[in-house]
Design a binder for this molecule. Structure first.
Ligand code: PDD
Length: 292
């Protein structure tokens, strides 16, 4: 089936979907993005992704390209045209096209808007039940990673290092020894008394939508949660470790480089939260597209 992308007002076959060479997203990474999971044809946490898009755009003073209702209608149409039942929807908004010059264009330009749908969501059940390996990488990103900017070169390098180490993800660690998050997922550890620990929201991590949902599900299930920084040493000594994200769901981590976490098998808390997350996405209904 040929894929259809949305590019600045037009639905185009994937291979003809191109942007201008002076798009500021291309030249300066002056653009932000969202990746939404499509599950059974419905978006997971659509309203939260819109809210984070609003945050990213506001921080960079890029206007919304259209109303949120219109944006939702376009997203829905891209999903429909690509017949995505389980996959992801990538949405990128940039400052637009202008002659190359670092400051914002003096005359306002139209923000650029691109959407691409992809089939395939989340890691396989086999991978999730086995748990994954992560590799430790230095967190060399800029100081505003709460903005979901397309400036992802440090993430690319960390994820490449992970691929070369045959690891699923990179675990990013600051010079002070604290873990921030993964290259494309938030990181959690679980203590012996089943308390969940994850880095607090700040400019140093992306405020994951899955992180927030899992936190809500975990609270409802009665787990204690501490939002605080934790060190790599604390993580290595933890009872369990797991990742959360749009493309990872809840994913147990069983190995950090050559060290195993606990006995090297996914922990019961991670698997319980994974199941609760799957139950949550399986229960989505058509209101998932609200606010439209
Ligand atoms: N990334 N941290 C980072 C650095 C991320 O890039 C992501 C998601 C997350 C998890 O956020 P969420 O739960 O909202 O997906 C955390 C997307 C999937 C990506 O870049 O492909």
């Amino acid at each position: 089936m040929s894929h259809v992308a949305y590019v600045n007002g037009r639905y185009l076959p994937h291979k003809h979907a191109t942007v201008h060479i002076e798009d500021r997203g291309y030249q300066f990474a002056d653009a932000v993005y969202e990746v939404t999971c499509i599950w059974n044809g419905l978006p997971v946490d659509h309203a939260s992704h819109l809210a984070r898009l609003r945050h990213s755009l506001t921080q960079l003073r890029i206007p919304m390209p259209c109303s949120e209702a219109a944006l939702t209608a376009l997203q829905r149409e891209v999903v429909r045209r690509n017949r995505v039942t389980r996959g992801t929807l990538y949405l990128q908004v940039g400052r637009g096209v202008a002659t190359r010059n670092q400051p914002f264009p003096s005359k306002p330009v139209k923000p650029s808007l691109v959407m691409v749908a992809k089939h395939g969501a989340g890691p396989s059940e086999v991978v999730a039940q086995a748990g994954v390996k992560v590799t430790v990488q230095p967190d060399i990103r800029w100081g505003r990673v709460d903005i979901k900017s397309v400036g992802l070169l440090p993430n690319v390098l960390a994820k490449q290092a992970a691929a070369e180490a045959k690891a699923f993800e990179a675990l990013l660690v600051k010079p002070d020894g604290n873990v921030t998050e993964g290259g494309a997922a938030n990181a959690w550890i679980v203590t012996k008394d089943k308390t969940l620990i994850t880095h607090p929201l700040s400019n140093a991590i992306l405020g994951g939508i899955t992180r927030a949902t899992v936190m809500r599900l975990a609270k409802t299930a009665g787990y204690q949660i501490q939002e605080r920084a934790f060190s790599l040493d604390e993580a290595l000594a933890a009872k369990e470790m797991f990742l959360t994200g749009t493309t990872t769901f809840v994913l147990p981590v069983v190995q950090v480089d050559e060290r195993t976490i606990a006995n090297g098998s996914p922990g019961s808390v991670s698997l319980d939260l994974r199941q609760r997350y799957l139950d949550y996405v399986n229960a989505l209904d058509d209101t998932a597209w609200a606010p439209i």
